[in-house]
Structures are given as structure tokens and as C-alpha cells.
Design a protein around this ligand. Structure first.
Ligand code: FVH
Length: 293
């Protein structure tokens, strides 16, 4: 049931895919007057039935409210959708996944059109939207003043984390976290592949795997400390020399289990290169330096 709309900021939302629709529903439920537009009208009509005002063009939707939130597939679709709109004096919040360079270019593009700009990177999947205990949030960067002005409204669907004036920083934080996630998924894929041909129930490995990854996750704090201090031997528990010595065990096991080492090998190769530089007493942190061009 929608709450009282008095004094709630009116929002325009362009893009009603899985994420846009989830965002829209939370603003409607919280009593924010909402104007929506979507390329495929049926998706907007569904939200119209739930209380949103449906604009018949992106331009009309942008004209309806100062706060304009965009949640489209990619940067090219943002170009397409905003092409015929008048952004003068609008507060444009772009939640479309972008690269940092695209976000910076979009901020400049918006400034040239007279709009204030905030970029967002969503750290949530649609079912987490509107459920605070699910822990989803959105990175924001760009105008701090704009962020503070709309923080309450932007905080309705998910938590808000402002990461700086540089409009590219939200995208950079987003991509950094998701890149780490893909590294984790790669390790998980390798682990399940190792047991795939054995009489081991994947469901029995899953909780062990999850608990181990959770136990290892705090190691990121030590990595950050070492990067800050420049001393990669600080607090080392399992040094690089010992870890490199263990890599043949992992590669042999993969071979014995009929599993390709292609997900593990690139990382092991970097570890070996760092060791060859005489860094055996260090943590794995030195690998980061090898990645930088
Ligand atoms: N869904 C997720 O799990 C992730 C979670 C993290 C953040 N991402 C990003 O959020 C953006 C939107 O994602 P989405 O899940 O809503 O994506 P879709 O369901 O595929 O909807 C895409 C919307 O974009 C519209 N659209 C696409 N191309 C165009 C175009 N050329 N012109 C106009 N609109 C376009 C599409 O319209 P339609 O297909 O319904 O007509 C949808 O509204 C995204 O950046 C994720 O990376 C989601």
C-alpha cells in the first residue's frame, strides 16, 4: 500500500527492465510520485496500474520532474534515450552500468546540457531492492551537493555510499567489486570441477566452500594495509615462497581429476614471477604490482 505522497520528492525513471521495475516499485510503495517511461510500453503500463504516471515519451518524462533517474542496459542506450530530451536544470542520476570513462564523459555531456549529474553503480540484484536487510546498496559519485540533496529519495530502494566527486569513481568501485566477485566465481567453478567426476555430492561441498571463502575474505584488510605501508611482508602468515611451492600440488590434482588448469594458471604464473623477483617473504600483495602496466 502506497504511503502518503505529501513532501516526497517526485521522481522520473527511464528504463523499466528487471532493475528499473524493482526501483520503481520501492518509490511507489514509499509514496514518491513517480513518472516512468520505457522503450517497450507494456512494462510502463504495468507500473501505471500500480500508481505510476506513464509518460508517452522520454522527453515528456524528463520534463515532468527535476530528479531524473536513468537505469538502462548500457551507455549506448542512455545516449539513445536521452537524445531528444531537454536536460536543462535537471538532476540526472545515472544508474546504468558504465565504465569510469563513460561515466566521466556522461557527466561532462550532462553539464553541457545544463544538468547536474550523479553517477551510480548498483551493488544489488533486483530481489534485493527495497529489502534493507538484503544488504544491497548503490555507489554514487559526482556532485556531492546533488547526492546530499537526494540521498533520502535515493536511499529508498537500497543503501547509498558516496565515493567521491570524480564521476567515474562509482563505476570504478562497482567494477572493482564485481571483478573480485568473478575471481571468486572462477575459483568456485574450479573447485566444483575437481569433484565433478567423484562420488561427492556438490551440495555437501557447497557449505564448506562458502564458509572457507567467508573465512578468507578478511584477508583483503591486510592487503590494503600492506599497499598503504608499502611493506608487503607486514603480518605475513603464509609467505609467497611457501605458496608457490604448493602450486604443483594444485596443478597435478587438476590434471589427475581431468580438470583444465586454465582458471588457476594465470594467477600461479604471476605468483611465480613475483617470487623470481626475490619476494619470497612477502604476502601475495606483490601480484598487484605486476598487474599494473
Ligand atoms: N539485473 C541485475 O542483476 C543487475 C544488477 C546490478 C546492476 N545492473 C545494471 O542495471 C542496469 C539495468 O539492468 P536491468 O536488470 O534492468 O536490465 P534489463 O532487464 O535488461 O533492462 C534493460 C533496460 O534498458 C532498456 N533498453 C535497452 N536498450 C535500449 C535502447 N536501445 N533504447 C531504449 N531502451 C533500451 C530496456 O528497454 P526494453 O527492452 O524494455 O524496451 C530495459 O528497460 C544495467 O546497466 C545493468 O548492468 C543490473
Amino acid at each position: 500500500m502506497a504511503q502518503n505522497t505529501a513532501e516526497k520528492t517526485s521522481v522520473t525513471l527511464l528504463g523499466l527492465g528487471a532493475m528499473g521495475t524493482a526501483l520503481a516499485r520501492t518509490w511507489l510503495a514509499a509514496g514518491h510520485p513517480l513518472t516512468v517511461w520505457n522503450r517497450t510500453p507494456a512494462r510502463a503500463a504495468a507500473l501505471g496500474a500500480e500508481g505510476a504516471r506513464v509518460a508517452d515519451s522520454a522527453a515528456a518524462a524528463v520534463a515532468a520532474n527535476t530528479l531524473v533517474v536513468v537505469c538502462l542496459l548500457d551507455d549506448a542506450s542512455v545516449d539513445e534515450v536521452l537524445a531528444g530530451t531537454d536536460l536543462a536544470d535537471r538532476d540526472l542520476v545515472n544508474l546504468t552500468t558504465s565504465t569510469p570513462a563513460q561515466a566521466r564523459a556522461r557527466a561532462e555531456w550532462a553539464r553541457e546540457r545544463g544538468a547536474r549529474y550523479l553517477d551510480g553503480g548498483i551493488m544489488a540484484v533486483p530481489p534485493m531492492i527495497g529489502i534493507p536487510e538484503a544488504g544491497g546498496y548503490v555507489f554514487y559519485s559526482g556532485s556531492q551537493e546533488l547526492f546530499e540533496r537526494h540521498q533520502e529519495t535515493l536511499g529508498v530502494p537500497a543503501g547509498t555510499t558516496y565515493v567521491g566527486k570524480d564521476p567515474g569513481f562509482a563505476a570504478l568501485h562497482d567494477v572493482a567489486l564485481l571483478s573480485a566477485m568473478y575471481g571468486m566465481f572462477a575459483g568456485v567453478a574450479h573447485a566444483f570441477a575437481l569433484i565433478r567426476k567423484e562420488d561427492i555430492d556438490p551440495a555437501s561441498l557447497a557449505p564448506l566452500l562458502a564458509d572457507w571463502l567467508i573465512a578468507m575474505a578478511p584477508a583483503v584488510h591486510q592487503t590494503a594495509e600492506q599497499l598503504r605501508s608499502g611493506d608487503y611482508t607486514k603480518g605475513v602468515v603464509s609467505n609467497l615462497a611457501m605458496q608457490v611451492a604448493g602450486t604443483p600440488t594444485f596443478l597435478s590434482t587438476a590434471e589427475q581429476q581431468g580438470v583444465s588448469p586454465e582458471l588457476l594458471s594465470p594467477y600461479f604464473e604471476l605468483m611465480r614471477r613475483r617470487l623470481a623477483e626475490g619476494s619470497g617473504e612477502e604476502d601475495l600483495t606483490g601480484v598487484i604490482d605486476l598487474l599494473l602496466h
